[in-house]
Design a protein around this ligand. Structure first.
Ligand SMILES: Cc1ncc(COP(=O)(O)O)c(C=O)c1O
Length: 380
């Protein structure tokens, strides 16, 4: 009888597995038992304090998600209808919807094929009198070139909303990502470096923006008459129970980044001689990759071929996820008549041909070796 591969039957390696320790669970239990189960409580205060210290910002405001953080960030700037915000097309939809929901206009920029971040060289040609801000997500573990971005912001007097959702613990030169924006945001979704299940944070050094941000996440309750509200806003509050998890996870951030780098560098070494794929840099003069995820871009430009490769990997027990789908190609934005006839070849290339492979911090060396060998074998 033909021997079946038991290994492949048993193996399932997800792209990520959130690690919640016994110690984390105890902290959540303690928070629940204390009765602080909603959005006030000592763990919220501590989470905000510890995160602002870690990122080196004066003020932090915990919110219910990274998407909520971005919506609040845009609204706090008090923009006028049709004011423009520049952002990359290759990113999560949260960036664009935060702008659109606030009645401003997203203006898209193509990606840099080396780093997969916004192509800084293409920003200035898109700046108009209506441009008020740059929204800057750092993509997949490698930061944007902040010196160049900050120079543009200064020259044209633009706000910077730095979306550091994928970057907790990453540095640009000597400073932490999340410390550059007039407003910076994070996400603590289950696949992020630290998680609160769902959650996010808005950070700033500007006291008056901070006051606005606090009101916007909390329905703009009146200061004198609580139920006489002063603006249209949201209930985007994080709970104290979630914050308790965040506080405990944040204690391990350096360990988590170390393991992520180990995984990323292992893959980097395994793939650097594979002529059929593109990968992000390991390091440049301004940063070392922290590999929030590990992306692989196939050189053969074909969405169909990519899907086949993903299916083959899945059969081998290796889960993959496709890259972001660019904003100018989103069905919803086509319906809204946005970005009509706009073309961004690099972003299209990345999204057509890119997928990411497992990078959970519980992966063993044996599993990494299996994943790397299988990817190399299948993409040969
Ligand atoms: C760059 C970026 N910004 C924002 C978000 C949205 O965060 P959340 O899922 O917490 O709403 C994500 C989520 O993956 C992200 O990658």
């Amino acid at each position: 009888m033909k021997k079946k591969s038991k290994l492949n039957k048993k193996i399932f390696l997800p792209v990520n597995r959130p690690i919640v320790t016994e110690g984390d669970a105890k902290k959540i239990y303690k928070a629940v038992k204390s009765g602080w189960i909603s959005s006030a409580g000592p763990d919220i205060i501590l989470f905000e304090k510890n995160l602002s210290k870690f990122v080196n910002r004066k003020y932090a405001c915990a919110v219910s998600s990274g998407t909520a953080a971005l919506e609040i960030a845009v609204k706090s700037l008090g923009l006028k209808k049709n004011d423009e915000i520049i952002m990359p097309t290759f990113t999560i939809i949260s960036n664009a919807i935060a702008i659109i929901k606030n009645l401003a206009k997203p203006v898209l920029i193509d990606s840099d094929l080396d780093t997969w971040n916004i192509d800084v060289k293409k920003i200035e040609e898109k700046i108009t009198k209506k441009t008020k801000a740059i929204m800057l997500p750092h993509i997949y573990g490698f930061p944007c070139d902040m010196d160049k971005i900050l120079k543009i912001c200064k020259k044209y007097k633009l706000y910077l909303i730095e979306d550091a959702a994928e970057m907790l613990g990453q540095n640009y030169k000597k400073n932490k990502c999340g410390s550059f924006g007039d407003i910076s945001t994070f996400s603590f979704y289950a696949n992020k470096h630290i998680t609160t299940g769902e959650g996010g944070m808005v950070l700033t050094n500007n006291k008056s923006l901070y006051e606005k941000i606090k009101d916007l996440k909390n329905l703009n309750f009146g200061k004198i008459n609580r139920f006489n509200h002063t603006d249209i806003s949201w209930n985007y509050r994080l709970t104290n129970m979630q914050a308790a998890l965040g506080v405990n996870q944040l204690k391990r951030i350096n360990q988590i980044i170390k393991k992520k780098r180990f995984i990323g560098n292992y893959y980097y070494k395994s793939f650097i001689n594979n002529k059929n794929i593109l990968i992000q840099p390991k390091e440049t003069s301004y940063a070392k990759n922290i590999y929030w995820i590990y992306g692989v871009v196939l050189k053969i430009n074909s969405l169909k071929y990519k899907t086949e490769i993903q299916k083959k990997l899945f059969k081998k027990g290796i889960e993959t996820r496709p890259f972001f789908w660019p904003m100018h190609k989103q069905d919803i934005f086509k319906k809204l008549n946005l970005f009509k006839n706009e073309k961004y070849p690099n972003a299209e290339y990345l999204s057509n041909n890119g997928f990411y492979i497992p990078t959970g911090i519980d992966l063993t060396k044996k599993q990494l070796s299996y994943i790397a060998d299988t990817v190399n074998f299948i993409t040969r």
